[in-house]
Ligand binder design. Structure first.
Ligand code: FAD
Length: 398
């Protein structure tokens, strides 16, 4: 197999391009957006497992220059009382620390690195159809052009066209029961304690989290249970109107949440938390899904980007190490599906939980959706991600 077409130049697609290129394949990325700046501006936390995956692509140092590190988490209740304080992930090493950064920054840095390694990215290339045979796959684009290669990697996100081509009957993303508000403000001064700390608040009406950047800007989010926000509301509601809706939900609590939101002007955005049901078909003969296209989770565990980065490494290793494309795609799915579907289920459970609930497998203080349990970075995952270790069950592993 030589020529691979990656559909989507987001986090999964660019990471896959870096990984496949490193494994020796001839890769082209086809991205629908006409230029590199395709983001609404939300931030995310990249977890230690995501940073480890980036390290396998020789890109961790690049990302460690962006945003700021997050090394600890504090959890408080609605009265502001501290319930827990703990270190976060692999906080000792600068390249494996959690990082908080804007999604657009991460995407742009990965796209820059793809270009620096001279991997072609075609912008304005919106895929509309896929056909595949036993030996080849063809991508058809909205401008009437098409391209044929040995494999199509569908990294086209939550509303994936590749997924709907692979399985037209597959259910689309479903509402996970919360709307998510995000914002930034330089005009709030919440108590921060140590630097590099994320504070999670188990609020009475919403799960709230905030971090303060080294420049003194507060990054915050609120996950609010309730009906989905309609498309019309999303299109017509101004940041100020969203703020005025959110503040009264947070105000009854004796925490900094309401003041942080009240101090936010127009850098405030809202989205519905969506996820895919487990069991989606992941691959055909010459087509395979990665990232949100395969396994989008609601945001409570904060793992979507990190899981996409893990996918990229494992898919490239599978294609490098297996004897046939069919064996490689089976191997990729076998190694990835249990972990990412556990993430979807855990996130859904956290999203649905209340103070009285405790998701299975957690001990200590009762959890709810404001807390992000670190996914296991165990020996098995380290072997799966380690570039120089053959993928288990492949001929190179024998
Ligand atoms: C509210 C919210 C909070 C989140 N918080 C976190 C967090 O804290 N930590 C974390 O790790 N993750 C978080 N995530 C999840 C994370 O953003 C996603 O999991 C991640 O971006 C998935 O990357 P992706 O490349 O699979 O998809 P995307 O980033 O969506 O990229 C898909 C790309 O495909 C392109 N595309 C789409 N259709 C086509 C087409 N037909 N043809 C060509 N190109 C196409 C798009 O333009 C886009 O560039 C959050 C998500 C949400 C919604």
């Amino acid at each position: 197999m030589a020529q691979i077409m990656v559909i989507g130049g987001g986090i999964a697609g660019t990471a896959a391009a870096l990984a496949l290129h490193k494994a020796g394949f001839d890769v082209t990325v086809h991205e629908a957006h006409p230029d590199a700046g395709a983001d609404i501006g939300a931030f995310l936390t990249l977890a230690s497992n995501g940073m480890r995956a980036l390290a396998q692509l020789d890109a961790a140092a690049l990302i460690a220059d962006l945003g700021f590190p997050v090394t600890a988490m504090t959890v408080t209740d609605e009265a502001g009382a501290q319930l827990a304080a703990m270190p976060l992930g692999e906080h000792h090493h600068p390249l494996t620390r959690y990082r908080c950064l804007r999604r657009a920054e991460l995407g742009a840095a990965l796209q820059d690195e793809v270009r620096r390694r001279e991997i072609p990215i075609r912008h304005g290339a919106r895929l509309t159809a896929v056909t595949e045979s036993a030996t080849a796959a063809t991508a058809v684009f909205a401008d009437g052009s098409s391209a044929t290669g040995d494999l199509i990697v569908g990294a086209d996100g939550l509303h994936s066209t590749v997924r709907s081509q692979l399985d037209p009957a597959a259910p689309g993303p479903e509402y996970a029961g919360q709307s998510v508000f995000y914002g930034y403000t330089a005009d709030a001064a919440p108590p921060q304690g140590d630097p590099d700390r994320i504070t999670m608040i188990r609020g009475s009406g919403a799960a709230f989290g905030y971090l303060v950047s080294p420049a003194g800007e507060t990054f915050w989010f609120a996950r609010v249970p309730g009906p989905a926000v309609s498309a019309e509301e999303l299109a017509t509601t101004t940041p100020g109107q969203w703020r005025d809706r959110l503040v009264p939900i947070l105000r009854p609590d004796r925490t900094p949440a309401a003041d942080i939101v009240a101090a936010t002007s127009d850098r405030l955005m809202v989205t519905n938390a969506l996820h895919l049901s487990p069991g989606t078909r992941w691959h055909g003969r010459r087509t395979v899904l990665i990232g949100d296209a395969a396994h989008a989770a609601s945001p409570a565990t904060g793992q979507g980007a990190s899981m996409a980065l893990e996918d990229a490494v494992v898919l490239a290793k599978a294609l490098r190490d297996a004897e046939t494309p069919a064996a490689a795609l089976d191997s990729y799915e076998r190694h990835r599906r249990p972990r990412v579907e556990l993430n979807i289920a855990t996130s859904a459970q956290l999203t649905a939980s209340r103070n009285t609930d405790r998701p299975p497998g957690t001990d200590g203080p009762q959890r709810r959706d404001s807390e992000r349990p670190a996914p296991r970075v165990d020996e098995e995952l380290l072997r799966l991600l380690d570039w120089d270790t053959p993928l288990p069950g492949t001929p190179r592993d024998a």
